[in-house]
Design a protein around this ligand. Structure first.
Ligand code: ZN
Length: 192
């Protein structure tokens, strides 16, 4: 497995609408290798997820995982490794929550935004098996962040109030305590 270079904001590939992957492609060695490399790259960067456009490939594939004790996102509930291919998100209701995100393609930038609290996700796994799951709270936010990447959307596009933009260091200093308290209440309420 190889750690791939992560594309950063300004790279046009991050603004493309990625195309679906065919069953033949998904079964092929090239895409299977890409998925392995994306997992390795996400783990190397301590990301919670990584979408194929972030490694320069405009295909509808993302990997998501939060392991306990992730140093980048210590407050996120664990998410088992999930490979999503051709995902489709549906909002299950109107409920939203206030969150704060960062992105491996936007180094040292964080900001506040709203995400839907309850989403349904239909996707194929790396073996081409279809799944339909419900994801809630912060985990739902992570799925929305990754699927946004497949549509050329970065989290800053979802921000309403740009005054919350911060570096990671300033977020730690000024925003994190309130945010983590809010998130702990959310996790308590919706589970994970
Ligand atoms: Zn991102």
């Amino acid at each position: 497995m190889t750690v791939l270079p992560i594309r950063e904001m300004g790279d046009p590939v991050l603004r493309e609408v990625a195309r679906p992957v065919s069953a033949e492609e998904l079964a092929g060695a090239e895409i299977q290798q890409l998925i392995d490399d994306m997992i390795e790259t996400m783990r190397d960067a301590n990301g919670a997820g990584l979408a194929a456009p972030q490694v320069g490939v405009p295909l509808r594939i993302a990997v998501i995982e939060v392991r306990a004790g992730n140093p980048r996102y210590p407050y996120k509930p664990p998410i088992p490794l999930t490979v999503i291919v051709n995902p489709e998100l549906t909002m299950l209701d109107e409920a939203t929550f206030a969150t704060n995100e960062g992105c491996l393609s936007m180094p040292n930038v964080r900001g506040d935004l709203e995400r839907f609290e309850n989403v349904g996700v239909r996707y194929l796994d790396r073996d081409g098996e279809a799944h339909e799951v419900t994801r809630r709270g912060l985990t739902a936010g992570t799925f929305q962040h990754e699927v946004d990447h497949l549509d050329g959307i970065l989290f800053v596009d979802r921000m309403v109030d740009m005054s919350s933009l911060s570096t990671w260091e300033e977020f730690e200093r000024h925003g994190k305590a309130d945010f983590v308290a809010r998130i702990e209440a959310l996790v308590e309420r919706v589970g994970s």
